[in-house]
Design a protein around this ligand. Sequence first.
Ligand code: VJV
Ligand code: CA
Ligand code: ZN
Length: 394
Amino acid sequence: EYNIVRPKGYTVSYHANPEMEKHHFGQTHPMKPWRLTLTKSLVSAYGMPFAMDNYNTRAATYEELNAFHASDYLDYLATAPPEDTPRDYEGNNPSDPKFNLGGSDCPLFHGLYDYCSMSAGTSIDAARKICCQQSDIAIAWGGGLHHAKRREASGFCYINDIVLGILQLLRCYPRVLYIDIDVHHGDGVEEAFKSTDRVMTVSFHKYQPDYFFPGTGALDDNGPKDEQNPGAHHAINVPLNDGITDEQYAMLFESIIGKINETYRPSVIALQCGADSLAGDRLGRFNLRVQGHGACVAYCKSLGLPMIIFGGGGYTPRNVARAWAYETSIAIASQNKIPDIIPLHAPWREHFIHETLFPTLEQIFGEPRANRNTQKRLNEIIMHVHEQLRFVGH
Ligand code: VJV
Ligand code: CA
Ligand code: ZN
């Protein structure tokens, strides 16, 4: 019998704005905000809301967004006409986009500014709960949009809610460790904090310049090369090939994050849990199962630091919901293991065709993707990271 129990002396909070889920990027665009509704329905079906503080968050204000983003960019974001409305002859077209807005990756859709400010609102709210120590783990699945730049949209991301959340954390904590398990490189967050040693960024990602977005995040990209810059050595990148497995990923993750925890001694963790690193993702290339993805959350939790958990990518909605519901249960750490069989009363049940939270790789796709990660290469990566960390310490 699965009993959701509120952990003693310990608080998990869940931050969401249900209005966000009503927006869409366009019929066939891979980013589907309704995956958040699917996640919430699974979280509720398992009874998890009883074990958390649940917040319906408000949209971030212009001033809050302005803490990172440039005013001219925000003004344009707030006023640019949606793409399906006719443009005058001076209007932008996708081949000459302003701030990289418009076009297929970052379309101008109806309610875009509301959607962005709601996403940022959930992450800022989560960060504030961590700052005032009202939560030990704060969850913001509507955030995690790691590619957005100060005055540029990129890769489905318009407002960098993670940067805004971390800026909040920096008001109350000396050092923030940012960890990014989305299959894409967390370039926007890395760039935003490249000149400070108060934030260390670590991204695990598929790396293949010219073939896989965004093409940055090489092993030897460790922040500014100028040793006078406090940000030098404070960017860690873990470039991977197609098909990495749970076992390899866990070995890398624990070795790298464990070493960083010892040397950098972070005071708080910000974890981006992009679910496009799961097997069978529409855009991803890895072979991670829900268990392997969740193991990263469990490991971070075991370090005993306050933590914000963000969403991010994830383009096969049923698997996104599985992973984020499972990770919510890890945050709560209910006394019994979460049952594999999805509770009968779950709405949207037809999405979970195998009716399990932990489908096998064979259930996800007939033939798993070939694994192109050799043990030799993974060892080289660990060696390089350990070398970098010799320059870091408090
Ligand atoms: O690879 C790219 C850029 C191009 C130009 C635009 N075309 C559509 C694709 C190639 C060079 N962009 C990536 C962006 C990935 C963003 C990931 C975001 C996150 O998960 O890290 C965080 C939320 C890309 N890969 C695949 C697509 N774009 C893609 C975009 C579409 C699409 C199919 C694939 C946009 C619209 C439609 N289909 C209808
Ligand atoms: Ca990543
Ligand atoms: Zn991604």
